[in-house]
Design a protein around this ligand. Structure first.
Ligand code: C2E
Ligand code: MG
Ligand code: MG
Length: 417
């Protein structure tokens, strides 16, 4: 409330003096990781360190305030034009770029900064803050460690984000989530050998929401933990029902996000779910993306080792798109490598992609990894992949992701054929 008082004051003065007020909302990127992995005391000290550096940057007449959590606000007064906010934003990025030393830890933290101006973007403190926050989310979306000035279209974006976040909080309780299943085909035998469970969200009286739009938000808010558990239970339960219907056993691939792997009890939850549904661990494939391997959090490697010990298969999703070094393939015992859709897409007209896939397949062979090609959309791609020796294909060419009953039908048809 002191902040909004202060904002109201400086806005009134800016009005008299015909000047601008810039509000910078600053959020620390992935601060939650630090809190979660090193504890709140370290997190608190880091926040104090950030605050001290911010205070050094601004003039006496400016204000630095903490909005809560890892969000700070810097109010700049007496600006003559918008561009004057720019060097300050740059200075903040520079000032925070140097590592923080806290106890025995050396930490790097980057901010995302959103900037809104009075009177250009808003006429009252509340709206000014709201718009700066919307710009901040946009900066985060653009890859973090950056700043972004407010633009009217961000409002829509921020409103939509908030709408998704609020809706998602109730999605489980309101039974609005569903799983679709996409068949995976053995390219040489042409049999269905497995499927991937893909999450769908159907809010009441709204269009279906695809995972790319809500999974990142679920990850940021931590909602992915209960949602992911639900996915795991549903996927294993469905597999057990298909078994009971006499459908030849296939494996089930389930996507798992970083926050899930960070839970100390995750391996036990997986074991429990498998026991409850009577599914053999070797039929469950846990898909993780390369970003998991970049995370230095030891709890993640402990979880991955626990899953391997349990007998669950590990699959590296979207291979080739992240920043993971190949040495990670040596450090973790993956069973499956999923070649990202982006390499498969142009396969039929791009010699370079064929070479890349051939190289990936050769690495996989040497490391005894099974290979799955994602996003196979045509006969030509199917044939080329077969010739290159890729084991499994997944994509619209074989089938789109299907609701459970239609996936069951798809498998029964194959058996009949
Ligand atoms: P992913 O794990 O790489 O899943 C494959 C995505 O490619 C799916 O999109 C699928 O529908 C799409 N796809 C499959 N074949 C084709 C094709 O031939 N052409 C094209 N253009 N696309 C194809 P979807 O279902 O929208 O899922 C997107 C992403 O959301 C997934 O990527 C995965 O990272 C994430 N996701 C989905 N379900 C879950 C979940 O239960 N938990 C978590 N953590 N993430 C999930
Ligand atoms: Mg996947
Ligand atoms: Mg993928």
């Amino acid at each position: 409330s002191l902040l909004s008082d202060r904002l109201a004051q400086v806005m009134a003065r800016a009005e008299r003096e015909n000047r601008l007020v810039a509000t910078l909302v600053l959020d620390l990127d992935r601060f939650k990781n630090i809190n979660d992995s090193l504890g709140h005391t370290v997190g608190d000290q880091l926040l104090q360190g950030v605050a001290a550096r911010l205070l050094k940057l601004v003039r006496q007449s400016d204000t630095v305030s903490r909005l809560g959590g890892d969000e700070f606000v810097v109010v700049l007064t007496g600006l003559e034009h918008t561009a004057q906010a720019l060097p300050v934003a740059r200075k903040i990025l520079d000032a925070l770029a140097a590592p923080f030393e806290i106890g025995e830890h050396e930490m790097l933290i980057t901010p995302s900064i959103g900037i809104a101006l009075y009177p250009d973007n808003a006429g009252d403190p509340e709206t000014l803050l709201k718009h700066a926050e919307a710009a901040m989310y946009h900066a985060k979306h653009q890859g973090r460690n950056t700043f972004q000035f407010f633009a009217p279209e961000f409002n829509l974006w921020a409103t939509e984000r908030l709408h998704i976040e609020n809706g998602l909080r109730h999605a489980l309780a309101r039974d609005e989530l569903q799983l679709h299943f996409q068949p995976q085909i053995d390219l040489s035998t042409r049999h269905i050998v497995g499927c991937e469970a893909l999450l769908r969200w159907q809010p009441a009286e709204e269009p279906m929401v695809m995972p790319d739009r809500f999974i990142p938000i679920a990850e940021e808010t931590g909602l992915i933990v209960p949602i992911g558990q639900w996915v795991l239970e549903q996927a294993c339960g469905q597999l057990a029902r298909w078994d009971a219907e006499g459908i030849p056993p296939i494996h089930m691939a389930v996507n798992v996000a970083v926050p899930q792997l960070r839970q100390p009890g995750f391996v036990d939850k997986v074991r429990h779910t498998l026991e409850q549904t009577g599914i053999a661990p070797s039929r469950l494939e846990i898909e993780v993306t390369e970003s998991v391997l970049l995370d230095k959090d030891e709890r993640i490697s402990t979880t991955l080792e626990g899953l391997v010990a349990l007998g669950v298969k590990l699959s590296l999703d979207d291979f080739g798109t992240g920043y993971a070094s190949l040495s990670y393939l040596r450090n973790f015992r993956f069973n499956v490598l999923k070649i990202d859709r982006s390499f498969v897409m142009e396969l039929h007209r791009n010699e370079a992609d064929i070479k890349l896939i051939r190289a990936i397949l050769s690495i996989a062979r040497d490391l005894s990894l099974q290979t799955v090609a994602e996003g196979v959309e045509s006969e030509v791609q199917d044939v080329i992949l077969q010739e290159l020796g890729c084991h499994i294909g997944q994509g619209y060419h074989f089938s789109r992701p299907l609701p459970a009953d239609r996936m069951g039908e798809f498998m029964r048809q194959q058996r009949g054929a």
